[in-house]
Design a protein around this ligand. Structure first.
Ligand SMILES: [Zn+2]
Length: 212
């Protein structure tokens, strides 16, 4: 099957689906529920471009979500349409981080990669967080010092509230004589971060600020 939706669109559609589910669990007014469902379906349809009929049909069933079971079934029906993030091999990692020796990257299955806008992992040995993402036809990577704060805060990538840490990056400028240091609070758990990330634009903005 051809895959049509990105991970961030997938999470966006799921958020709309949860709105319908929560609306049904918390509200009794039929008119309010119908409005909530209609709005959620509309927003979900707008998020995916050139929606083929099979996908449009699945999205429309969102209006019928009443409870957790319906939500889980909806998610399963949506999954085949989601394009996973490209697989990143150990060879890719060595190329992306040529100066880092013995870098270990966890393995990410295809099911997990469907949930990822970026691949992120912590290396407690060096107190670093590594980030790899797709850009054009290739992969781009960066890393920074990372120390979990042990406290909850707002993440600069997903905008959600979770345990965050300070991600410190250094950008060298032309000639290599000057550099800019930047610090951003981002989620300690990059998997949870990806699951909240329902707008790829926010991730790109973050990358833009740390690499400037
Ligand atoms: Zn986050």
């Amino acid at each position: 099957m051809q895959e049509f939706i990105t991970s961030s669109d997938y999470h966006f559609i799921l958020r709309q689906a949860r709105t319908v589910m929560n609306g049904n669990m918390n509200a009794n007014d039929e008119d309010v529920l119908a409005a909530v469902s209609m709005m959620a379906v509309e927003r979900a349809e707008q998020s995916a471009s050139d929606v083929p009929d099979e996908l449009a049909e699945v999205i429309r069933t969102m209006g019928n979500i009443r409870e957790r079971e319906d939500y889980d079934r909806f998610r399963e029906q949506l999954l085949p349409f989601v394009r996973p993030m490209a697989e990143v091999t150990d060879r890719d990692v060595r190329k992306l981080f040529p100066k880092v020796k013995n870098l270990r990257m966890p393995k990410f299955s295809e099911a997990v990669r469907k949930e990822l806008t970026y691949l992120g992992w912590n290396d407690p040995g060096t107190n670093r967080k590594y980030i790899v993402f797709e850009e054009g036809d290739g992969l781009t990577a960066l890393f920074g010092q990372f120390r979990p704060s042990g406290k909850k805060g707002v993440c600069s990538i997903c905008n959600g509230i979770d345990e965050t840490g300070l991600f410190l990056t250094e950008t060298r400028h032309a000639g290599g004589e000057t550099y800019t240091k930047r610090g951003n609070y981002i989620c300690t758990d990059s998997m949870a971060c990806n699951r909240r990330l329902d707008d790829r634009g926010r991730f790109e903005e973050f990358i833009g600020t740390v690499t400037k």
